[in-house]
Design a protein around this ligand. Structure first.
Ligand SMILES: *Cc1c(COP(=O)(O)O)cnc(C)c1O
Length: 381
């Protein structure tokens, strides 16, 4: 089954009891049993829910995995994956990662005796330097957020195999349409399905996909044991959103390329971060491991100040000033004060996240309207 067919059919069949084409919202907390312990595979809705099961099967197919495990949010999915580890274990993570993951690693899991190292993963030797006998996992996010660097998933996985380490890839920025880390050797792929998978800025949802039965068993155990499960209505909305994932991402990527070209030589722009440009250090790699260059574009302004960034962000009409990404509507954001506010300024500057850094999540509106919107906002500088 090809991707465009999978989004509509993988794991999904008309409801057996009524023939409903859309998977029903099974809004129930429990299921009747014929005799003690004799049931239809559903006992209690934290453990199993039919709407969720269909979504999990579909997501597993989209990532070319075997098992899909859904969580109440992307962060709940991150939480579950880290709970595969134990006190004393160490994780090597990319240094340019989602602010919420950084926060949970440093402020929550560090208290429970886990140790995290943050390295620039575009340089493999930086990972190798941190590997020791306690290292258990490598945490990859690519394209990185918000600098849009590209990490070589296949190379990281080869290194991990040599040292018997798990690799988890947060694939939120790429979406399963553009990148499938399990095919490149990763053990676990994670999504904030709040973003491209849901695609309509109306749900909070997380997902993990893997091939290995043992890892899946532990993740299902954590899903049930911790209880951070999504409700059936959210699962329904995700299934609805997924049906157009390929169309949305394709158009968003096209729009992003047009916008990046407009920004590139603009007199108000200092630098631009977009893997679709030949000059981007990760361009070749992105062309290899992704099926498109994504719909995220970051840039800094000539006058590299928060004040100027603020003027731009206050004056766009279609680009809504909001956190998040991956929806049909375009969003504009300021990572230093929004998504990445929990990362100290010195660490931000070290990775090039200067005070005027603006991040765009390009949506599926008309590209010309979006470009005019930005041009108009720049006129306030
Ligand atoms: C949003 C996001 C998360 C967290 O997901 P939630 O659904 O907001 O909990 C994790 N990783 C990345 C890359 C994200 O963009």
């Amino acid at each position: 089954m090809k991707f465009a067919t999978k989004v509509i059919h993988a794991g999904i069949s008309p409801d057996p009891s009524t023939g409903a084409v859309m998977t029903p919202i099974y809004q129930t907390s429990t299921y009747v049993q014929d005799a003690p312990g004799v049931h239809k595979g559903f006992e209690y809705a934290r453990t199993q829910n039919p709407t969720r099961s269909v979504l999990e099967k579909n997501l597993a197919a989209l990532e070319n995995g075997k098992h899909g495990i859904c969580f109440a949010s992307g962060m709940a999915a991150v939480d579950a994956v880290i709970k595969l580890l134990s006190s004393g274990d160490e994780v090597i993570s990319t240094n340019d990662l989602y602010g919420g993951s950084y926060r949970t690693f440093t402020k929550i899991f560090a208290r429970f005796g886990l140790k995290f190292h943050y390295v620039p993963m575009t340089d493999l030797s930086k990972i190798e330097e941190k590997i020791n006998s306690n290292t258990k996992m490598i945490w990859v996010e690519t394209p990185t957020n918000p600098m849009l660097s590209i990490i070589d998933i296949e190379a990281v996985c080869a290194l991990a195999k040599k040292h018997n380490l798990l690799v988890c890839v947060d694939n939120t920025f790429a979406s399963p349409y553009l990148q499938n880390p399990l095919d490149l050797g990763a053990d676990i792929v994670l999504h904030s399905a709040t973003k491209y998978i849901g695609g309509h800025s109306d749900i909070i949802l997380g997902a993990v996909v893997c091939k290995d039965d043992e890892i899946a068993k532990e993740l299902y155990f954590l899903q049930n044991g911790t209880g951070a499960v999504p409700g059936p209505q959210v699962c329904f909305l995700a299934l609805r959103g997924i049906k157009t994932l390929h169309l949305r991402v394709e158009r968003a990527c096209e729009n992003a390329a047009k916008i990046a070209n407009f920004l590139k030589d603009h007199p108000k722009i200092k630098s631009i971060f977009y893997p679709g440009f030949k000059e981007h250090p990760g361009h070749e790699l992105a062309a290899q491991q992704m099926r498109g260059f994504g719909a995220m574009v970051s840039f800094t302004l000539k006058k590299d100040t928060f004040e100027d960034a603020s003027k731009v962000m206050k004056n766009t009409k279609y680009f809504l000033l909001a956190e998040s990404l991956g929806g049909v509507e375009s969003l504009i954001g300021h990572p230093p004060t929004m998504t990445h506010a929990s990362i100290p300024r010195e660490e931000r500057l070290a990775i090039g996240m200067t005070d005027s850094l603006i991040r765009l999540s390009v949506g599926v509106e008309d590209a010309e309207d979006l470009i005019n919107d930005l041009e108009n906002a720049f006129s306030y500088l």
